[in-house]
Design a protein around this ligand. Structure first.
Ligand SMILES: Nc1nc2c(c(=O)[nH]1)N[C@H]1C(S)=C(S)[C@@H](COP(=O)(O)O)O[C@H]1N2
Ligand SMILES: [Mo]
Length: 204
């Protein structure tokens, strides 16, 4: 039997405790931020290998190779939506622009208006983890996270901030939690292992 971590990204299968809906419901906490391309930056900070904070502009990320991905989406409120077609740079290519210090095992991904999510570095590094700029071949709409959102197909969707603006590498002593993790949700949030809440098993 293959492990849950090896599940294909568009398998037609449903993670435990989920049901299908036709379209992903637009879901987020707070208002939709205005698009301000002139002021947009992407910041990699915290425990970087060189100890510095690195700020990128749209053109820096747009210069990276683009990857297509067809993936299902799994919201922790128990709906899933099948076969979304995303494209954008892979997170692992962005990590390479400003890599973490050796002890780093997780990151705090942050977005506009203070939304954030804890993500294990190993999940961010998967070749199927994208910083998506398009959905179904067209640029993300504001509601869907324009200009960029994180997509990690095997984790619950709260781990994929819309309007993403960067991440902080967390050192061994860092205990920062994201928006839902502060409210009792799981540090990893693997959909196939049904890691909805913090009390459900070990942290990565
Ligand atoms: N910035 C931000 N990103 C977010 C959220 C949020 O509240 N703020 N909610 C998450 C949750 S819980 C879900 S299910 C998906 C919903 O994505 P959709 O609106 O494209 O369906 O966005 C995720 N990304
Ligand atoms: Mo969600």
């Amino acid at each position: 039997m293959s492990s849950a971590a090896d599940q294909p990204h568009h398998s037609g299968a449903l993670p435990p405790g989920q049901h299908w809906r036709d379209e992903p419901e637009i879901m987020h906490y707070g208002p939709v931020p205005p698009l301000r391309p002139d002021r947009w930056t992407f910041v990699l900070g915290g425990a970087t290998a060189d100890g510095l904070e690195h700020t990128f502009e749209w053109a820096d990320l747009a210069a990276l190779p683009r990857q297509d991905l067809v993936a299902d989406m799994h919201c922790a409120t128990r709906w899933s939506a099948a076969g979304l077609h995303w494209a954008g740079p892979r997170a692992l290519d962005v990590i390479a622009l400003a890599p973490p210090a050796p002890e780093v095992a997780s990151v705090l991904v942050f977005a506009e208006y203070g939304y954030a999510a804890n993500v294990p570095l190993a999940d961010l590094r998967r070749p199927t983890t994208l910083l998506a700029t398009t959905l179904d071949g067209v640029p993300l709409t504001p509601e869907r996270g324009a200009p960029m959102r994180l997509v990690i197909p095997h984790l619950y969707t709260w781990k994929g901030p819309k309007w993403v603006r960067g991440w902080n590498y967390l050192g061994a002593e860092d205990t920062d939690l994201g928006f839902w993790e502060q409210r009792g949700y799981h540090r990893r949030g693997h959909a196939w292992q049904e890691q909805r809440y913090d009390y459900q098993g070990e942290h990565p």
